[in-house]
Ligand binder design. Structure first.
Ligand SMILES: Cc1ncc(COP(=O)(O)O)c(C=O)c1O
Length: 396
């Protein structure tokens, strides 16, 4: 299998982890040699309820027995998609009422950017340095990391940058701005949370100049920070909220939600303003609905804040300089890129899956399933600490 993987399937680094998976359940992944790994990454924040959550699996199975794909997006009435979007509206603050379902996070970002231009008649998009919003051309155009964009230029024009958490730069948002797009918590940059009412100040500036505020909740959304969406910690309401990853409970989905009047602009001038064949797919929507129901009906959201405290109390070590993030979106900061890489690779050997962040080489990602147990957290942290001890001894 490994030979075929390298021969036939595309890779995006020359050194992929290349674990050959045979099975995954709860907080564990098993490889084909029956080795068991505790998953502290959850498919990069996507497996919000762990692997094979029974509620998600049952919803998928039930839907598979009724119908799969039947029609392109938004033409037929499909119960899983309608129920999902209605439940989302019930959990979102007014006027975030109407949701467009997509196949991925990056595609939802594309839709949100297009809608902002359509709604304002303006072209400028303001994004943050070190922002990550996805990898298609539009989403990549608003990525704040030139090194990873340069080879693909020219990208979409009229994109300007501000520094996250720097309120002095908010004057760059003007009446020329169609939208400001920000991650509520910057992910790739190193799990940077907003401080000093930053998001409120951005919100106010956008309202002042008539620009839309798009919040990318693709990673923090769906309960990872202790609330359904990260922005709910900051007493603001964006104009458009974009979601994905954990939304599908392990299935591929994204979405953007806004007020009814704005969303309806996609119907005219031009009509078919954003279309997709598979967005809102009934099987995927059924999985997302089950995920949303489980997250909002169980105690996993509140528990994630308790679990954060447990991680922070356990992960104390001379090689841990800081732990960033909120809830179960945590990043261990080590003194160097080399230590971070060694720790990630050796922990995988020792049976704990960790991962890197996109633009912050000293960070170790900890984004386990929200359903992870306290015993599993303790078991994983013991292994991380023992690997860090080994690395510390090597350095001395
Ligand atoms: C904040 C953020 N935005 C957008 C995306 C893109 O989502 P997807 O990979 O589903 O296209 C990601 C994925 O990592 C993300 O973390």
């Amino acid at each position: 299998m490994k030979k075929d993987f390298f021969t036939y399937q595309a890779q995006t680094t020359s050194t992929p982890l290349a674990m050959e998976v045979s099975y995954a359940k709860g907080s564990f992944i098993y490889d084909t040699s029956h080795k068991k790994y505790l998953d502290f990454v959850a498919g990069v924040s996507a497996c919000s309820l762990g692997h094979q959550h029974p509620r998600v699996i049952n919803a998928i199975k039930e839907q598979v027995d009724s119908y799969l794909h039947v029609m392109v997006y938004g033409e037929y009435i499909l119960k899983p998609a309608v129920t999902l979007t209605k439940l989302l509206a019930e959990h979102l603050p007014f006027p975030l009422q109407k949701t467009y379902l997509t196949n991925s996070g990056t595609e939802a970002i594309e839709g949100a950017l297009k809608l902002a231009r359509r709604a304002t008649g303006r072209s400028q998009i303001i994004t943050a340095k070190k922002a990550y919003h996805g990898n298609t051309m539009g989403a990549m155009s608003v990525m704040g990391f030139e090194e990873r964009k340069q080879a693909f230029r020219p990208l979409i024009p009229d994109v300007n940058y501000i520094t996250f958490n720097q309120e002095e730069e908010l004057s760059l948002i003007t009446t020329k701005t169609a939208a400001v797009i920000l991650e509520t918590i910057q992910g790739g940059a190193g799990f940077i949370t907003p401080v000093n009412d930053y998001l409120k100040k951005v919100r106010n500036r956008c309202s002042e100049v008539g620009a839309l505020l798009i919040l990318d909740e693709i990673q923090p959304g769906f309960g990872r920070t202790g609330k359904l969406f990260g922005f709910m910690h900051y007493d603001i309401v964006p104009d458009i909220v974009v979601m994905g990853k954990g939304m599908g409970g392990g299935m591929p989905i994204g979405a953007f939600t806004t007020d009814t009047k704005t969303m309806n602009l996609l119907q005219d001038n031009p009509k078919l303003g954003h279309i997709t064949t598979f967005g809102g797919n009934p099987v995927i929507a059924a999985a997302a609905l089950a995920t949303l129901q489980e997250i909002t009906e169980s105690d996993v959201m509140a528990a994630s804040l308790e679990k954060e405290k447990l991680f922070r109390s356990l992960l104390i070590h001379p090689l841990i300089k800081e732990i960033r993030g909120t809830g179960l979106m945590l990043a261990i900061m080590t003194p160097s890129e080399d230590i971070t890489s060694k720790a990630i690779l050796r922990c995988q050997e020792a049976g704990v899956i960790l991962f890197w962040l996109l633009f912050e080489p000293k960070a170790i990602r900890i984004t386990p399933p929200l359903t992870i147990s306290e015993e599993e957290i303790k078991m994983g942290c013991d292994i991380i600490l023992s690997i860090l001890d080994e690395i510390h001894t090597d350095i001395d």
